[in-house]
Design a protein around this ligand. Structure first.
Ligand code: AMP
Ligand code: MG
Length: 500
C-alpha cells in the first residue's frame, strides 16, 4: 500500500500529439460511462514502467478513470480514423469503433506510449457495433498480450481490466469489460490506406511525417525519409513475423487494420498458440480459407506491406514509375530480412551457436517430423535442450512427444552429428536453448479455463497462476508444471472466435 506521502492522485499526465494532426485523422469523443466499474486486474510491473502509481490506479477514483467514467484532467480523448483490407477486401472506413485513445504518456525510459480504453462505448466509427467489449475477449487479450511480452516479442500491452457491471449481447449475454491497452502507437497500415484511398495525399504525408518523428526519428534526415520509413516498417514486420513463428503463434486476423506501423503485435482476436505442430494450422473460426494460417503469415505480412508501400507511393517520388521502383526496392528487403531473422532463430532453437550450411534443412526436417508425428511445438524444443550431446543421455522426454518416437531418433542422430561441429558443451548449449525455447506459452485450453473460471465462479486464481508463469516463461516454475503441459485430448481447443 502506498503511504500518504507517496500516494499520487489517480490521474494521468497525458499529452496528445495525435491531436495536433489535421482534423480528419480522428473524432473527439469521450468514453461512455458504465454502470458499476469494478477492477479485475491492474498490471503492476507495467504501471511502474509507465511511471504510474498502481495503488492510485486501483483506487475507486483510478478505476473510474480506467472504466471511462472520469476523463483525466486535461485529456482530450479521441477515436482514430483508419481503413483496412479485411481478408483481402478493402474497407474504406473502419476506425476505432469501440476504443478511445485517452492520450499519450511518456514512460520511465522516455518512450511515448498510447493509453487506450478498449470497449469504451460508441464512437463515430462504431457502425453497427455497440462500442463495447465482453470480459472473455478482454481477458484473452490481457493474457495473450502479456504472454507475448513475457516471451520478449514486440506487442501492445495490457495495463488493466475493469468490469463494467453492464451486460454485452453477443452469441450469449456476457459481462462487459474495458481493457486499458498501451501501445507504441495505434497507427496501422490501414491508417495510411484510409487517406491514400481517398486521394488525400497531404494527409498521407502528414501521417508519414508524424510516424517518422514518433517511431523512426533516426531516418528523418535521410535523402528519402519516406523510402526509409517503408524499409524500417518492412524490417520490423519481417522480424516480428519471424518471432511469431518461433513460438508457434498464429495471429488469426492479419488484416491491414491490425498491422502496427511501430512493429508491435496488435489486436488479439482469434489468435492462438499451437500445441502440436502443423504448418497449416488455423484456429480462427472466420478464417475458412486458411488465409492467415501459421505458415501463411510471412507471405501475408509481405502482402500487407505492399499495401503500405502503395499508400506511400505519392511520397516516394514525383514520377510514378520511379515511385514504384523505390517501393519495390524497399519491399525487396522483406524476404531476405525475414529469412535471415527466421533462420537465425531456428539455429538458436536447435542450440547451434555457429552457422552451418545444412542447419536450416536440419531444422526443417525436425519440423516436418513434428508435423507428421503431432509433436508438441513448445515442449519439443524446450526438452531438446536437456538432451546430451553424446548419446549417453536418455531421449525419452522428447521422443515420447512423437507418435512414432523412432521418427525423432532418426533426426536426433543427425542433430548430434551437427553438434560435434559446435564448440559449446552441453551446459552452455542448454542455457542458451532454454533462453530461446520457452517452457510456457498461453496455451489455448489454459486461457479458456482461466476465462471460464472467472466468468462462471468469479475465480481469478487460474488467471493469476497463468499470468505468473507467462511473466517469466523461460524459467521452470515447478509449482505450476501443469501449465506447461499440452492439452489432454478432451481439452484441445479447435477453434477460436473473434467474439468482439
Ligand atoms: P477488430 O476485429 O477488433 O480488429 O475490429 C474491426 C473493426 O470493427 C474496427 O473498426 C473496430 O473498431 C470495429 N469493432 C469491433 N467490435 C466492435 C464493437 N463491439 N462495436 C463497434 N465497433 C466494433
Ligand atoms: Mg482491429
Amino acid at each position: 500500500m502506498s503511504t500518504a506521502e507517496t500516494a499520487r492522485p489517480a490521474t494521468l499526465t497525458l499529452d496528445n500529439s495525435y491531436l495536433r494532426l489535421p482534423e480528419g485523422f480522428y473524432a473527439k469523443v469521450a468514453p461512455t460511462p458504465v454502470a458499476e466499474p469494478k477492477l479485475i486486474r491492474i498490471n503492476r510491473p507495467l504501471a511502474a514502467e509507465l511511471g504510474l502509481d498502481a495503488d492510485a490506479l486501483a483506487s475507486p477514483e483510478g478505476v473510474e478513470m480506467l472504466a471511462g467514467n472520469r476523463v483525466p484532467d486535461g485529456a482530450e480523448p479521441l477515436a482514430l480514423a483508419y481503413a483496412g483490407h479485411q481478408f483481402g477486401n478493402f474497407v474504406p472506413s473502419l476506425g476505432d469503433g469501440r476504443a478511445v485513445l485517452l492520450g499519450e504518456l511518456i514512460d520511465r525510459t522516455g518512450r511515448r506510449r498510447d493509453v487506450q480504453l478498449k470497449g469504451a462505448g460508441l464512437t463515430p466509427f462504431s457502425r453497427a457495433g455497440d462500442g463495447r467489449a465482453s470480459i472473455g475477449p478482454v481477458m484473452r487479450e490481457y493474457l495473450v498480450s502479456e504472454g507475448m511480452a513475457g516471451l520478449g516479442i514486440e506487442t501492445t500491452r495490457a495495463l488493466a481490466m475493469v468490469a463494467t457491471g453492464q451486460p454485452v449481447y453477443r452469441q450469449q449475454v456476457e459481462p462487459g469489460a474495458v481493457l486499458t491497452r498501451i501501445a507504441a502507437s495505434h497507427v496501422r497500415v490501414g491508417t495510411f490506406e484510409y487517406f491514400y484511398r481517398r486521394g488525400d495525399h497531404d494527409s498521407v504525408r502528414a501521417l508519414a511525417d508524424y510516424v517518422i518523428e514518433r517511431h523512426y526519428p533516426e531516418i528523418a534526415d535521410q535523402d528519402n525519409p519516406y523510402a526509409a520509413l517503408l524499409t524500417e516498417v518492412v524490417t520490423r514486420t519481417a522480424d516480428l513475423v519471424a518471432d511469431w513463428l518461433g513460438v508457434g503463434f498464429i495471429h488469426g486476423v492479419m488484416n491491414t487494420d491490425n498491422v502496427s506501423i511501430a512493429g508491435e503485435t496488435m489486436d488479439y482476436g482469434p489468435c492462438a498458440f499451437m500445441d502440436s505442430y502443423h504448418p497449416a494450422t488455423v484456429y480462427s473460426s472466420i478464417d475458412v480459407q486458411g488465409r492467415y494460417a501459421y505458415n501463411q503469415q510471412p507471405r501475408v505480412a509481405h502482402w500487407n506491406l505492399a499495401q503500405f508501400a502503395q499508400s506511400l507511393l505519392p511520397l516516394l517520388a514525383a514520377d510514378e514509375d520511379e515511385a514504384m521502383e523505390v517501393a519495390r526496392a524497399a519491399l525487396d528487403h522483406y524476404a531476405p530480412r525475414f529469412e535471415e531473422t527466421y533462420h537465425a532463430l531456428l539455429r538458436r532453437k536447435l542450440g547451434l551457436a555457429t552457422e552451418g550450411e545444412g542447419d536450416v534443412d536440419l531444422a526443417m526436417d525436425l519440423l516436418k517430423r513434428m508435423a507428421e508425428q503431432r509433436a508438441d511445438f513448445t515442449l519439443t524444443f524446450r526438452r531438446l535442450a536437456d538432451l546430451q550431446r553424446d548419446d549417453t543421455g536418455n531421449d525419452e522426454t522428447v521422443r515420447t512427444l512423437f507418435e512414432d518416437p523412432s521418427a525423432f531418433d532418426a533426426w536426433a542422430e543427425k542433430w548430434r552429428e551437427r553438434l560435434v561441429a559446435e564448440d559449446s558443451d552441453d551446459d552452455t548449449r542448454r542455457t542458451a536453448m532454454r533462453a530461446t525455447n520457452p517452457a510456457y506459452i498461453p496455451r489455448n485450453h489454459r486461457v479458456e479455463q482461466a476465462i471460464s473460471a472467472a466468468m462462471r465462479e468469479d475465480d481469478f486464481t487460474p488467471m493469476e497462476r497463468l499470468l505468473e508463469v507467462l511473466a517469466s516463461p523461460f524459467e521452470d516454475h515447478p509449482e505450476h508444471a501443469d501449465l506447461a503441459k499440452p492439452p489432454k485430448p478432451e481439452e484441445v481447443v479447435q477453434r477460436t472466435f473473434c467474439g468482439t
